[in-house]
Design a binder for this molecule. Structure first.
Ligand SMILES: NC(=O)c1ccc[n+]([C@@H]2O[C@H](COP(=O)([O-])OP(=O)(O)OC[C@H]3O[C@@H](n4cnc5c(N)ncnc54)[C@H](O)[C@@H]3O)[C@@H](O)[C@H]2O)c1
Length: 263
C-alpha cells in the first residue's frame, strides 16, 4: 500500500525545481496532485512528467499573492481532483541584494510571495479541511529565515513563516490539521537568485559545497523526501515544527574550523 494512496495534494510553485520534485515524489507514492502555478508551461511540464510516471495531476493557474486567484485555484483543483488532503506551500521568489539595494517595492513583493501568499493559500484550503476534520499543510521555509545569508526581505518573510506555521499548528491542530515547515539549505535549482549567481560563477554550487558538512549542496529530491515524510500519516505526532534540511550547514562552522586547524 502506497503512503499517499487516495490522497489529493496541492503544490504551489509545482512547476519549479523543488516544487516539481515534490509533485513527482508524492505522485509516485500514490497522491493525485494539483500543480498550482503562475507559469502555465512549467505546470504543464510537471503534469506531463507525473502522468508519464503513471500518476494523476492537474495544472491550476493562479497567483498566490492574489486572494481571488487563490480561491478560484483551490475550487478548480478540487473540481478536477476532489477535496484536498494537503497543501504544500512551496512557491517562492527572492530578489538579489542587501538592505541598501532593497527598494520598498522589492520588500513588499518578497513579503507578498514568501509570506502573505502562504497565508492566503492556507486560508483558502482550511475551511474544507476543517469540515472534513483532517488536513496537512507544509510550508517551505529556508535557512535564510534562521541565520543571516543576504536577501533581507526574503529572509524576513521566511523567518515570519515559522511563526505562521506555529499559529496554524496551534489553532488548527485541535481540528485535525497538522502544519509544519521544511527549511532547505542551498538547493540546485534555477530560482532567479541562483540563476544570476550561476551566470557570474558557473561553479557556484561546487564552491558552496565546502560550507556543507555532507560535502555537497542539496538537490530538489532531498527536499521532496523530507516533505514526503512530514506530510505522511506516519508523522501524525509532528505538528508545528521546522525540519531543517541543509546537510548540516546551520549546525556547523566548518570553514571556520579549517582556519583553526591552519593556526
Ligand atoms: N533553491 C534553493 O536554494 C532554496 C533554498 C531554500 C528555500 N527555497 C525555497 O524553495 C521553494 C522553491 O524554490 P525553487 O528553488 O524550486 O524555485 P523555482 O524558481 O525553481 O520555483 C518556484 C516556482 O514558484 C512559482 N511562483 C513564483 N511566484 C508565484 C506566484 N506568485 N504564484 C504562483 N506561483 C509562483 C514560479 O513560477 C516557479 O515555478 C521557494 O519557496 C524557495 O524560497 C529554495
Amino acid at each position: 500500500m502506497k503512503r499517499y494512496a487516495d490522497k489529493i495534494f496541492m503544490v504551489t510553485g509545482g512547476g519549479g525545481g523543488i516544487g516539481r520534485a515534490i509533485c513527482l515524489r508524492l505522485a509516485n507514492e500514490g497522491a493525485a496532485i494539483a500543480v498550482l502555478e503562475k507559469n502555465d508551461a512549467a505546470a504543464a511540464e510537471t503534469v506531463r512528467q507525473v502522468e508519464a510516471a503513471s500518476g494523476r495531476a492537474a495544472a491550476v493557474h493562479a497567483d498566490i499573492t492574489d486572494w481571488e486567484s487563490i480561491q478560484n485555484g483551490v475550487a478548480e483543483a478540487e473540481q478536477a481532483l476532489g477535496p484536498l488532503d494537503g497543501l504544500i506551500n512551496n512557491a517562492g521568489w527572492a530578489q538579489r541584494g542587501n538592505l541598501e539595494d532593497t527598494e520598498p517595492e522589492d520588500w513588499d513583493k518578497e513579503i507578498a510571495v514568501n509570506l502573505r501568499g502562504h497565508f492566503l493559500c492556507a486560508k483558502a484550503v482550511i475551511p474544507g479541511m476543517v469540515s472534513r476534520g483532517k488536513g496537512v499543510i507544509v510550508n517551505i521555509g529556508s535557512v535564510n529565515g534562521l541565520v543571516y545569508l543576504g536577501n533581507p526581505g526574503y529572509s524576513a518573510a521566511k523567518a515570519a513563516l515559522l511563526s505562521l506555521t506555529q499559529s496554524l499548528s496551534g489553532e488548527y491542530g485541535p481540528k485535525g490539521i497538522r502544519t509544519n515547515m521544511v527549511s532547505p539549505g542551498t538547493i540546485e535549482t534555477d530560482i532567479e537568485t541562483w540563476r544570476i549567481r550561476r551566470q557570474k560563477n558557473p561553479e557556484i554550487f561546487e564552491t558552496l559545497a565546502r560550507w556543507y558538512p555532507v560535502g555537497r549542496v542539496g538537490q530538489p529530491e532531498d527536499i521532496a523526501a523530507a516533505v514526503a515524510y512530514i506530510a505522511a500519516d506516519e508523522a501524525a505526532f509532528v505538528n508545528g515544527t521546522n525540519l531543517v534540511v541543509d546537510g548540516g550547514l546551520t549546525a556547523s562552522m566548518n570553514p571556520m574550523i579549517e582556519e583553526f586547524v591552519l593556526e
